[in-house]
Design a protein around this ligand. Structure first.
Ligand code: TYD
Length: 218
C-alpha cells in the first residue's frame, strides 16, 4: 500500500552502524538542491514526546526494561511521529526521509527480542493507522562491521547497540526477510559500498518514483 498522499515517504533501515544517517543527509541535500521540500526525521524521536521516549528506552540507567515494554515505547514514539510529523508533511506534498520506521521494531523487538514479527507488526500498524513508506532503503550491514563502525572514536553504545553480535545477526536476517517478502517496496544495498556509490543508487531509485504520478497504483 502506498501513502495515498501527494508527498513521498522514504524510510532508511538497517543495523546499527549501517550509515543510514549519512545517506539520508546526502539524499536530502540533493533533493533540496533541486528545489524539493524535504523533511528529515528519525525514530525513536521526531517529536518532543518521542525524544523523551527515546531517552527512556535507549539510555542506560532506567533499570530493567522488559521486551514488551520496550516494544510499546517504540510504538508510542512512532504513533506520535506518524500523526504529528509524517502524515501532515506528506499531506503538504513534502518528501519525508525517516531514519528508521516500523521495520526496525519488527526486526529488533520482533526478531531480536523474540516477541514475534507478526505481533510487533500488528501493534505498529495500529499505532500508525497503517501509514507505510513508499520506499524502504535497507542498508545491509554485517553485525561485526557495524559494531566496529559505531564504536570507532570511543562512542558509547546505547542499550540496544550493546547487545551481543548474535542479537544483531538475528536483526539482519529479519530485515532481509522483510525486503524479500515485498521486493518492489525495497532497495537493498550492501552498506560496505562507497558512500558516493550508495548515494547514486539511492537517488536513481528515488528519481524513478518521483517521475511516477503519485497516489496511483499499488
Ligand atoms: P538509532 O537512532 O538508529 O541509533 P543511533 O542514534 O546510534 O544512530 O537507533 C537507536 C537504537 O534503537 C538502535 O539500536 C535501534 C533501536 N530501535 C529499536 O530497537 N526498535 C525501533 O523500533 C527503533 C526505531 C529503534
Amino acid at each position: 500500500m502506498t501513502t495515498q498522499n501527494p508527498g513521498l515517504f522514504i524510510a532508511f533501515e538497517g543495523g546499527d552502524g549501517a550509515g543510514k544517517s549519512t545517506q539520508a543527509a546526502e539524499l536530502a541535500a540533493t533533493l533540496e538542491s533541486r528545489g524539493l521540500t524535504v523533511l528529515r526525521t528519525r525514530e525513536p524521536g521526531g517529536t518532543p514526546i518521542g525524544e523523551k521516549l527515546r531517552s527512556l528506552v535507549l539510555d542506560h540507567g532506567h533499570g530493567h526494561i522488559d521486551a514488551h515494554t520496550e516494544a510499546l515505547i517504540f510504538a508510542a514514539s512512532r504513533a506520535a511521529h506518524a500523526s504529528q510529523v509524517i502524515r501532515p508533511a506528506l499531506e503538504r506534498g513534502e518528501i519525508v526521509l525517516t531514519d528508521r520506521y516500523i521495520d526496525s521494531s519488527v526486526a529488533y523487538q520482533g526478531a531480536g527480542r523474540d516477541l514475534g514479527t507478526e505481533a510487533v507488526r500488528n501493534v505498529n500498524e495500529w499505532a500508525t493507522s497503517g501509514l507505510q513508506p513508499d520506499l524502504t532503503v535497507l542498508l545491509d550491514v554485517d553485525p561485526e562491521v557495524g559494531r566496529r563502525r559505531r564504536t570507532a572514536g570511543d562512542a558509547a553504545e546505547d542499550r540496544l547497540e550493546s547487545e551481543a553480535d548474535e542479537f544483531h545477526a538475528r536483526i539482519r536476517t529479519a530485515f532481509l526477510e522483510l525486503a524479500a517478502a515485498r521486493p518492489e517496496q525495497y532497495l537493498v544495498l550492501p552498506a560496505h559500498l562507497p558512500v558516493d556509490e550508495l548515494a547514486v543508487r539511492i537517488l536513481s531509485r528515488v528519481e524513478s518514483l518521483l517521475s511516477l504520478p503519485r497516489g496511483v497504483g499499488a
